[in-house]
Design a protein around this ligand. Sequence first.
Ligand code: PLP
Length: 428
Amino acid sequence: KLKNELVELDKKHFIHPTSNMKQLQEEGPAFIFTEGDGIYLKDVEGRTLIDSLSSLWNVNIGHGREELGEVAKEQMGKLAFTSAFSNWSHEPIIRLAAEVAKWTPGDLNVTFFTSGGSEANDTAFKTVRHYWKINGKPEKKKIISRKKSYHGVAMGATSATGIPEFHTFTTSIAPDFYYVDSTIESLKEMIEKEGADTIAAFISEPVQGSGGVNLPEDSYFKEIRKICDENDILIISDEVICGFGRTGTNFGMENFGIVPDIITMAKGVTSGYAPLGGMVISEKLHKEIYEKTEGNFWHGYTYSGHPTAAAVALKNLEIIENENLIENVRTMGKHMLEGFEWIKEQNKQVIDVRGIGLLGAISLERESADVEPVTPKIVAEALKRGLICRAVVYDGQDTLAFAPPFIINKEQMDEMITIVNESIQAVL
Ligand code: PLP
């Protein structure tokens, strides 16, 4: 009864993010979640499901951690919200900015906060353009991103996103955004064609998430760093998924041996317990910006520094550290990949398995983009068996993506692998 009531209200009043609206009108939501505990979610029909994507690659410490609720309650009781606008400040955001600096590599020690990843990326795009402008090069404003990248849905973030489907929703995207293939040659050609003196920054996820968990070639980012240095192009690492431990290191780029000029982050900084993101810049950039900017840094959101979200983030980072969760990411990541290899041996249609830390994927054969993908059917089978995972079918792919919570244990990982294997075999 409750379910029917909620389904009707959902259909009538609620627009789901990134959804098939027609299908939702016909079928209603597939599940209505009510509770979470560790790696599990429960829905209104009483089903328990393994959340193998940490919801949206973000509930890294797992569901139902009451300490986060307690810390939010305490902060709300004291000072739920005030702004850090202009020359105001408050302790939670100061402490969080200082804490983030302990996690980030190099001299990336100064943070501007947002409510999420899209805003963080838009902030980075405006900041790099501002940076070149105050350095007497206002024509350096183009942003280069990679095909298959996902950077969010604010106007700049959606324009940088290299998954074409995201551009079909709006009739125009922002100017000065360009896309390259994930090869060194492609970036070189782009620089040659557009001219380094027109390019502000190159943005990339260390490992592309929504685009299908695509790992770079070993030397890729080192060569990118070299080319960008030679051409005065800043590197923005979009660590919204990879940041704070997902790939087994604090930040994803550490796996590939480079320090970017700017990091954007969100998701894992609070494990989703409060909406928060940010742009972290180097001390060098920060100094240049404050010394050379006349008047205001004309950019800020109401929630650029939310006290309650900051308190939650601090607690979340404390938990990740105190419970050695990044070490568990590495150990369980190995088990996950071994499990995927085993799945590949069982199923000849599996053409590739890959992973780094607790970010992984299984790709199935699909002859062309015109052929119907099978992974949506596998996802449906997995649901019947009690597991949530994601199908990535952009661009002719047929991929299953996984990003389980950092707290997953061996037994739970084995269960996840077993269900995935059974679901693949049920469909193929
Ligand atoms: N960047 C990456 C790599 C992401 O995966 C996402 C979200 O999935 C975003 C940016 C956008 O973040 P948000 O949805 O918080 O705006």
